[in-house]
Design a protein around this ligand. Structure first.
Ligand code: SF4
Length: 195
């Protein structure tokens, strides 16, 4: 299984499927090991991560690691944590934010990766794109309501979170219950995996 995972990670890193749609070209950013227990599904790399090739190597990542209660050494250990964004390549800028993740990416790669990650006990769904793909019609009317209903999803192996981007600060300010009340539960759920 480890060989098959190494093969598919190599295939992803060589992927050119939507190269024509990527203003800065393909640079897939992904992390996975066959023993990983926690999976983090985010949106897509931003400009800084596109340059470094290190997932969540930005203010969003610092905040996400805080929410999860994970030190960098654990977060970046593929034997413990898989990091699989909805789009593996930076989709370029759109207005004040980034373009959405390329829609080709998750359908092409996620199901194949999932088959090779049998130890995943919890998949954290960061932001609306991950929640739309993995929860579909099980989402609530808004992202806030979906995040608040986290107990509904935990038995399914999912934990929906808001995006930790500084651009999402207004949402976090409007929903102080998230960091005050829910983050301790998030950390407990991660700790229970023994990562
Ligand atoms: S975004 Fe995904 S599908 Fe498109 S080139 Fe990158 S890895 Fe391939």
């Amino acid at each position: 299984m480890a060989d098959a995972l190494a093969q598919i990670l190599g295939d992803i890193r060589a992927c050119q499927r939507c190269a024509a749609e990527l203003p800065h070209g393909p640079r897939p950013v992904v992390q996975a090991g066959s023993a990983a227990r926690l999976c983090i599904v985010g949106q897509a790399p931003g400009r800084k991560v596109h340059e470094t090739g290190i997932p969540w190597d930005d203010p969003s990542g610092r905040r996400l690691r805080g929410w999860l209660g994970l030190a960098s050494a654990v977060f970046y250990d593929p034997a413990r944590v898989a990091i699989i964004p909805m789009g593996f390549c930076y989709p370029g800028k759109a207005g004040s934010g980034d373009n959405p993740p390329r829609p080709e990416c998750a359908p092409l790669w996620h199901p194949r990766l999932a088959k090779l990650l049998p130890g995943i006990g919890l998949t954290v769904l960061v932001g609306q794109y991950a929640q739309a793909w993995y929860l579909g019609g099980r989402r609530k009317a808004t992202l806030a309501k979906t995040v608040q209903a986290w107990r509904d999803y935990l038995p399914l192996g999912f934990l929906p979170l808001p995006h930790p981007s500084p651009r999402n600060q207004p949402w976090l300010a409007k929903n102080p219950w998230f960091e005050a009340d829910l983050v301790p539960h998030v950390q407990a759920a991660v700790r229970s995996l023994g990562v």
